[in-house]
Design a protein around this ligand. Sequence first.
Ligand SMILES: NC(=O)c1ccc[n+]([C@@H]2O[C@H](COP(=O)([O-])OP(=O)(O)OC[C@H]3O[C@@H](n4cnc5c(N)ncnc54)[C@H](OP(=O)(O)O)[C@@H]3O)[C@@H](O)[C@H]2O)c1
Length: 282
Amino acid sequence: MLGRDLAAAFERGGWEVVGLDIAELDLTDPSAVARMAAGEFGEASWCVNCAAYTAVDHAESDPDAALRINALAPSYIAQACIAGGMKLLHVSTDFVFDGISDEPYSEEAPTHPLGVYGQTKMQGEEAVLQAGGRAIVVRTAWLYGPHGKCFPKSILNGWLGGRRLRVVADQFGNPTYTAELARVLVQLVELDPPGAIYHASGSETMSWHAFAQTALTTYAELHGTELVPEIEPIRTEDWPTPARRPRYSALSFAKCASLGIAPMRPTRECLREFWSRLPEPA
Ligand SMILES: NC(=O)c1ccc[n+]([C@@H]2O[C@H](COP(=O)([O-])OP(=O)(O)OC[C@H]3O[C@@H](n4cnc5c(N)ncnc54)[C@H](OP(=O)(O)O)[C@@H]3O)[C@@H](O)[C@H]2O)c1
């Protein structure tokens, strides 16, 4: 989902991009990663890792696969980048935090993941930063975009499918549009700041319930639909999931802002653009 918008953003910025998916390069195979870094797909100055095991709930019953993709693969990539003379941009997540905070998390805040996904992503960050190469780790959150399964699409499908809509209203985070994150990531690469962790997520903190309601409202505005359903707000306990999730995982944008990077556009504006990029409803 992120990889495709990011490749397009780099190309718009004049970069030559080689986009690789698992069919061309299985990142859990260290020798394949080493061949990539040695130039099998061409020489490159940067390697950007958007791949991950992102199924947060499945990871609880499949921890080995999550570990291989989220922790071991980044360590292979980091080592190979050092050997191949490439800088590395690695993408991580707000789920490295436990959510017991009442202010946006800074890059220095202590990590304490609540589940396997967050735990393995944290191990991936550590592997990248401890490898000793030139690497930046960017934590983002609550991603949505046209090129993958995402929360606004699920909510829309529920509405169009006539299902009762109930959404958790006591977990808060920053919805992040892939195209806006891509813009920030391109700027970061071009600024080439010191190797460290950076936070980049949407500019507004809201609950999943508010995000769902805003998503449907913007969809209806775009398509001239008058009636938008009232989504029922529920508590986390009313929607049990295998993985625990942080109650609050807003990420501070201050460090990126200090580099001169503009915050992401308001959620409604991003959602309108997101919906406009999807095929028209039948
Ligand atoms: N989605 C979110 O809400 C969210 C929130 C915070 C952070 N992030 C982070 O943002 C980044 C991008 O997320 P996303 O939502 O764009 O993820 P995504 O749509 O799930 O894409 C991840 C990609 O990684 C590929 N992949 C999995 N295993 C691989 C392997 N062994 N070798 C090569 N490729 C492999 C997947 O291929 P298959 O589809 O074939 O498995 C998929 O194309 C990830 O680092 C994620 O942890 C995401």
